[in-house]
Design a protein around this ligand. Structure first.
Ligand code: BES
Ligand code: MN
Ligand code: ZN
Length: 473
């Protein structure tokens, strides 16, 4: 992993990223080079310049302080991403970030962009070329060391989530996912308890068991808890993550082309919850947070639940299951019901829940909805722009409940042809009795082409968002 270091008294040398409002040559560049750079930067609309000077890579980023805050920070992260490529192309091992502005946070944003872009998933091709860049050194910013440690933790947690998502189902089943959480808990210092199938049967988690019926692997239900001595919140926050380790659609089988190929990503919500707890615990944030992950694969095996089945859920309500590909809500419902025992301040679930969310806003953001207080919603919204995992909120009107009505059970597991991500959210709401917010990450969880510092494959979406949200509580 790339490490970010803070070395305040080191002169920037070698590969350098300069963040500035007006470039000053503090790097001993010859007059000719300096003149060239200044002339280039004078050109209309020019905000970045990359220069190769005796084998060293120098990149200059001009900050426009008039730019809207979140957009500026994102622009810096993205620039960091291109700098990571530049340094790797030069086979550089180090990058110095030199900040000529009065805002040390720009250095953090740049380092974050570089580090997140430098991620690789090389487990299954150990002979492939690893990136050469290993250290990002922030040289002159007036930053507390703690901020840099925190950023390293956030990046590491994001990579953990990406790794879990990139891991295919033939090496990561529900038990494997639960074991990964145990490992994270041990490393960061939070409690992890895993229920096996026997316990899940005892608890009558009918939703989770119904999805698991077509599988040869056992389901798991993981409870993670981070409870610091001086927690600011009396009632805990609960996070619920969809842990479908693979979604074939079940008997309502997905057509293979372009729809099943990426379905190892269907536990991205679970990965984000585990990794966020890792970052929160490792950074010792003063919040009491509980993470719940129901996990199974969704397969059309011999005893697979069949469209038309009526399932009795953990809360005792019944669901007419008309499409086995709407499996996420079946397992999440039991977890949301389970969450009631904590009397949560707020419960947030993260789930790759509907193609409809992706159809609505693509991969650029998260679809959000819920009945949380306006205050909590505003905080979530703000965090989502801080980290640029933006939430686009959809309505959560009660009319949508009508679409879930069944003649034979309390509700159906599918709505009509339209508003699919909202009906999914309304389905879930019925299993809650506390303030609730639903994040549908189907779009941004997994991307099929690199997008700046978001690599192809698992993106780790949700980790940075949750961390920022809890840091600001
Ligand atoms: N896991 C999928 C949703 C998904 C789609 C995630 C694309 C990531 C990318 C989910 O279980 C699903 O299949 N949803 C169905 C629901 C429908 C049957 C009501 C969908 O969106 O088509
Ligand atoms: Mn599905
Ligand atoms: Zn799914």
């Amino acid at each position: 992993m790339t490490e970010i270091l803070l070395k305040n008294k080191v002169a920037a040398s070698g590969n350098i990223l300069v963040i500035t409002t007006k470039f000053e040559n503090e790097f001993g560049l010859p007059e000719k080079v300096n003149d060239y750079i200044k002339a280039e930067l004078k050109k209309e609309g020019k905000t970045t310049l990359t220069y190769n000077y005796i084998g060293k890579y120098i990149s200059i980023f001009i900050v426009d302080p008039k730019k809207e805050h979140s957009a500026l920070f994102e622009q810096i992260r993205k620039h960091g991403s291109s700098v990571a490529d530049g340094v790797n192309a030069h086979k550089g091992t180090e990058l110095h970030i030199y900040n000529q502005t009065k805002h040390p946070r720009y250095s953090l944003a740049a380092a974050e962009g570089v580090a997140l872009a430098n991620y690789q998933f090389l487990k299954y091709r150990p002979k492939a070329k690893a990136n050469t860049l290993k250290s990002i050194i922030i040289t002159n910013s007036d930053l507390e060391a703690g901020k840099v440690t925190e950023l390293n933790t956030i990046c590491k947690a994001t990579f953990m989530a990406r790794d879990l998502v990139n891991e295919p189902v033939n090496s990561l089943n529900a038990t494997g996912l639960a074991n990964a959480f145990k490992q994270m808990g041990k490393e960061a210092g939070f409690k992890v308890e895993v229920f096996n199938k026997k316990k899940i049967v005892e608890l009558k988690m009918g939703g989770l068991l119904s999805v698991n019926a077509g599988s040869v692997d056992e389901p798991t239900f993981t409870i993670m808890e981070y409870k610091p001595a001086k927690a600011k919140n009396k009632k805990p926050f609960v996070l619920v993550g969809k842990g479908v380790v693979y979604d074939t659609g079940g008997l309502s089988l997905k057509p293979t082309l372009n729809s099943m190929d990426m379905m190892k990503c269907d536990m991205a919500g679970a990965a984000a919850v585990g990794a966020a707890l890792y970052a929160i615990a490792k950074s010792k944030l003063n919040v009491h947070v509980i993470g719940l992950v129901p996990a199974t694969d969704n397969r059309p095996g011999f005893n697979a639940f069949a469209p038309g089945d009526i399932i009795t859920m953990m809360d005792g309500s019944t669901v007419e299951m008309l499409n086995s590909d709407a499996e996420g809500r079946m397992i999440l419902a039991d977890a949301l019901h389970y969450a009631k025992r904590y009397k949560p301040e707020l419960t947030i679930d993260l789930a790759t829940l509907t193609g409809s969310a992706m159809a609505a806003i693509g991969t650029s953001g998260i679809v959000g909805m819920g009945n949380a207080s306006e205050k909590q919603k505003a905080k979530l919204h703000e965090s989502s722009f801080n980290v640029f995992e933006r939430i686009a909120e959809l309505p959560f009107w009660d009319d949508y409940n009508d679409l879930l009505k069944s003649d034979i059970a309390d509700q159906k597991n599918i709505g009509g042809p339209y508003g699919g991500s909202i009906t999914a959210g309304k389905f879930l709401e019925k299993f809650t009795d506390y303030p609730y917010y639903h994040l549908d990450i189907a779009g941004p969880a997994f991307i099929t082409a690199r997008d700046n510092y978001r690599p192809k494959g698992g993106t780790g979406v949700g980790v940075r968002l949750l961390f920022d949200f809890f840091k600001n509580q």
